[in-house]
Design a protein around this ligand. Structure first.
Ligand SMILES: O=C(O)C(=O)C[C@]1(C(=O)O)C=C[C@@H](O)C=C1
Length: 364
């Protein structure tokens, strides 16, 4: 894909002493007292760099608490005064941006339900022209990487260089363990395309419940995310929104303490050892591809034979047999069953594509 983003590194706009950025705070700003008390407790735990709060809440259905709106913004000024920490809120329209800037909000984020709509995103981007404020863009609710990239591009083209992405997971069509499925490969692909783009994990919205927070947070660290945005409330069970997924500031501190924060690399000796193993991997990958290419030429041979005899490309019985035997072989080699299953489904799809191409070739 031909795309590029001209962005500044995270460390140029916030100092985290080389640690992952931690943005913590209540789902919603409910009262000034709740906001300040939650923020002071978070500050006292010593792990967070930024206090978050929801001021305007996009809710699935009307009637639930939709945020305190502008009234909550002076409370965030009090939070800044009491803690000395920067504050971050979600914005969904140009008016939100204007108010956030008027009240000195330090970092903005765009929610998943906004990222999904390019008209909306463009309006926000236009409102941010000439404004020097860091902006984090949540993934769209649907698993569409292009839409996520499109939103990042719109902001970047409007001149937003202090830019990052928040991975909050994707809406589930069916019952799922997670409130929003992480679908990690989508975020990995984003990072692969834009290595300089900071990625912040949002385990709270992926999890939907406290019990799942740790595994998601650890996974984000294992994938070398640049930071975390986590909901924390002085009294989570009494929270006006997202009660089940919020942690007390102390519980959040305990959870972060348990976390293994991974490094990107580790010294010369480590690097030398790694290079030796990577060389072996290069060799094996090359062999893997040569084997695949040899397999494809046999598949092509079958295609010609099938074409001459007018036989269909797809052979269900043979494909089922392939899946079963390869699953057994994989099992005996200690390979993860999904890997073997998906690999052969992918290889088979390519066989079908190639065979239909060969079989439908108009002869010269
Ligand atoms: O065995 C065949 O008939 C093939 O064409 C090969 C192959 C394969 O890739 O292994 C491809 C398509 C069929 O559906 C089944 C198997």
């Amino acid at each position: 894909m031909n795309a590029s983003l001209d962005i500044l590194p995270l460390s140029s706009w916030i100092n985290t002493d080389g640690k992952p950025l931690v943005i913590a705070g209540p789902c919603s700003a409910e009262t000034e007292e709740q906001m300040v008390e939650s923020a002071v407790q978070i500050k006292n735990e010593g792990y967070a760099h930024v206090i978050r709060a929801g001021v305007w809440k996009p809710r699935t259905r009307p009637g639930s608490f939709e945020g305190m709106g502008e009234a909550a913004l002076p409370w965030l000024q009090t939070v800044k005064k009491e803690t000395g920490m920067p504050v971050a809120i979600e914005v969904a329209n140009p008016n939100h941006i204007e108010l956030a800037l008027k009240y000195g909000v330090d970092i903005l984020w765009v929610g998943a339900r906004t990222t999904v709509n390019p008209f909306n995103v463009q309006e926000l981007a236009d409102a941010l022209k000439g404004v020097d404020v860091p902006l984090l863009v949540k993934n769209p609710v649907n698993p569409d990487l292009q839409l996520w990239i499109g939103a990042l591009e719109r902001f970047n083209r409007a001149g937003v260089k202090k830019l990052g992405a928040i991975h909050r997971g994707f809406s589930n069509a069916q019952e799922n363990k997670f409130r929003n499925s992480p679908m990690w490969p989508i975020a990995i692909e984003l990072k692969t395309l834009f290595p300089q783009l900071p990625i912040i994990g949002d385990p709270s919205h992926m999890a939907g419940k406290r019990a799942l927070l740790f595994e998601l947070t650890q996974r984000a660290m294992d994938l070398n995310y640049d930071g975390l945005i986590i909901e924390s409330h002085r009294d989570p069970d009494k929270a006006w929104s997202d009660a089940a997924q919020q942690l007390t500031p102390v519980a959040l501190g305990e959870m972060l303490h348990e976390l293994h924060v991974r490094k990107k690399s580790y010294g010369d000796e480590y690097q030398t050892q790694l290079e030796i193993i990577r060389e072996k991997l290069d060799h094996l990958d090359r062999e893997l591809l040569e084997t695949l290419a040899a397999r494809m030429s046999l598949v092509e041979k079958i295609a010609e034979y099938k074409r001459d005899n007018n036989v269909s490309a797809y052979q269900v019985d043979r494909f089922r047999e392939i899946l079963n035997t390869r699953a057994e072989w994989g099992n005996s080699l200690n390979l993860f069953p999904n890997l073997v299953d998906e690999l052969f489904k992918l290889v088979h799809m390519e066989s079908i594509r190639k065979q239909t191409e060969v079989m439908n070739q108009v002869s010269a």
